[in-house]
Design a binder for this molecule. Structure first.
Ligand code: PEP
Length: 250
């Protein structure tokens, strides 16, 4: 049985005070289920508040990025240890917005994945093609290269501790969602690529779908064989919407 994860990527939204209100909405709402792990990834500045509120609760905490370095002279960067001490257990890595606006490469994401795993964090590694790449029939080659590059040199026990999020870039924040069939096809493809490295890890690997997932389309997406949850941006900023998606998973 693979773990189902419903994860919220808050991006650069919510001050610490606003985060508290949203988290109280989730904690007080109908967000308890043993069918899925609920996870929120607020900005760094709200992690401490979130960590205190969520301690001992059914909602896990993650960050949206970490440095590939453990510590040192890296102005503006945040280390794995720093987020761990605030209660985070997950970290999103290689999100398309980091790739686009901060020129993150698969090689850099791979270094961050290793740093996260060494620290005991579960990395959620994002992959996905742009619209142009899809229209040029490059979807599979692009995603295969991202999977290969970001998972490079991982040992079998490390591979068993990663999560992948398939996020077609053209579906992020656009209101355009991949059809359940398009998403399932890519999730199966990703699992096959991981199986080329390690079949057991591929069977265990949670692969989340990300890209305009909403309460109304979540059930169809989450009903697909290889879709093990969602990485949700916009709809995770509202407790009712996020819980609506969680309900589709149970
Ligand atoms: C995301 O940023 O990971 C994402 C999927 O965003 P949205 O749900 O807003 O498309």
């Amino acid at each position: 049985m693979r773990k189902t994860i419903i994860a919220g990527n808050w991006k650069m939204n919510k001050t610490a005070t606003e985060a508290e209100a949203l988290l109280r909405g989730l904690l007080d709402g109908d967000s308890r289920t043993d069918k899925a792990q609920l996870l929120v990834c607020p900005p760094y500045t709200a992690l401490e508040t979130a960590g205190k509120l969520l301690k001992g609760s059914h909602i896990a905490l993650g960050a949206q990025d970490i440095s590939e370095h453990e510590e040192g002279a890296y102005t503006g960067d945040i280390s794995a240890q720093m987020i761990l001490t605030l209660g985070a257990t997950y970290v999103i890595l290689g999100h398309s917005e980091r790739r686009q606006y901060h020129a993150e490469t698969d090689q850099l994401v791979n270094a961050k994945v290793k740093t996260a795993l060494n620290a005991g964090l579960t990395p959620i590694i994002c992959v996905g093609e742009t619209l142009e790449q899809r229209e040029n029939n490059e979807t599979e080659s692009v995603v295969a290269a991202q999977v290969k590059g970001t998972l490079a040199d991982l040992a079998s026990d490390q591979l068993k501790n990663v999560v992948i999020a398939y996020e077609p870039v053209w579906a992020i924040g656009t209101g355009k969602t991949a059809t359940p069939e398009q998403a399932q096809q890519m999730h199966q493809f990703i699992r096959e690529k991981v199986a080329e490295k390690d079949t057991e890890a591929a069977d265990l690997l949670p692969i989340l779908y990300g890209g305009s997932m909403k309460p109304k389309n979540a059930a169809d997406l989450l009903g697909q064989k290889d879709i093990d949850g969602g990485l949700i941006g916009g709809a995770s900023l509202d407790a009712d919407n996020f819980i609506g998606i969680l309900k589709a998973a149970r």
